[in-house]
Design a binder for this molecule. Structure first.
Ligand SMILES: [Zn+2]
Ligand SMILES: [Zn+2]
Length: 287
């Protein structure tokens, strides 16, 4: 009996041992399972982070796109209202026969040929017609006029009823004297702010009257004649009372970058409106 009992005890112990091995195995398997799950969680977390980063980048991109669109919105809506040109003060010439003196001080000693091109930007009566489709301003059936010189441009509107007399008789010549209505100085010096040209007008604020204008063309010795003529054409617009245009394709835009650097219909219409009395105002271009 004792033997049997012992045997039974042995068997029990064996069973226990077996159970212990089983439990250890189970623990190892569970641990392994936990390990895999932990690894999976880490994997999911990394994937989640990547998705979060990518969607963040996409969101910022779309947001910025939207912002650009909002900022650029005025390019879309602008043509509907039209570009505009600001106006300043006017000359009060009173007499139609009054000669308007423009003197050129050639400090930079630019060539005769360049001087002729500068004079042309004031004196020319030449008109160019450009297709509106090419200008992105309308259908191919329409065209726009451009004027090479201010004299020719003003001729178009001088017969109209104006409040202030526009200069119609221009006298452009070289002179080292400061006399004259407009003095154009061609200098070698570079403008520190990077301007190619600058116009400063003496005005009677109360009357809104321009008394005298000084135009400076910087680094004139380095500019070719046609470029200089474009700058003078722009600066003469200021000397006559126009300010800048919002249209990047206009000669009166703050930077000359147009393929047609000539006096536009809008420049002329703005000048007409200014000399009809709309000083320090904003003229909306018709196209
Ligand atoms: Zn003179
Ligand atoms: Zn300007």
């Amino acid at each position: 009996m004792v033997y049997i009992y012992l045997n039974k005890q042995n068997q029990n112990q064996e069973n226990l041992e077996h159970r212990l091995i089983q439990l250890t195995n189970e623990i190892i398997t569970t641990n392994k399972k936990l390990d895999t799950e932990l690894h999976n969680i880490k994997k999911y977390f990394v994937v989640f982070l990547i998705i979060l980063t990518v969607s963040g980048v996409i969101f910022l991109y779309i947001f910025n796109q939207n912002q650009t669109f909002i900022e650029g919105g005025h390019f879309v809506t602008q043509p509907l209202i039209g570009d505009s040109i600001k106006t300043g003060f006017t000359w009060h010439l009173y007499d139609k026969e009054r000669v308007f003196h423009i003197h050129i001080k050639n400090h930079a000693q630019v060539s005769e040929q360049s001087l002729d091109m500068i004079k042309d930007s004031i004196m020319s009566k030449k008109i160019i017609e450009v297709n509106d489709l090419q200008l992105h301003k309308g259908p191919a059936t329409n065209s726009s006029k451009f004027y090479i010189g201010w004299n020719g441009a003003i001729n178009e509107i001088s017969s109209r009823e104006l409040k202030h007399q526009l200069p119609t008789r221009f006298h452009v010549h070289e002179s080292m004297s400061d006399e004259g209505d407009v003095t154009i100085m061609l200098v070698d010096e570079r403008n520190l702010e990077g301007y190619s040209g600058y116009t400063r007008s003496m005005v009677d604020q109360e009357k809104g009257q321009i008394l005298k204008s000084y135009i400076i063309i910087y680094e004139a010795n380095k500019l070719d004649g046609s470029k200089m003529a474009n700058i003078v054409r722009h600066e003469m617009g200021h000397a006559l009372g126009l300010q800048h245009s919002t249209d990047p394709d206009d000669i009166m835009y703050q930077k000359i970058q147009t393929d047609n650097p000539y006096i536009s219909e809008c420049n002329l219409n703005a000048l007409e409106s200014l000399y009809k009395g709309k000083k320090m105002s904003e003229f909306i271009c018709k196209k």
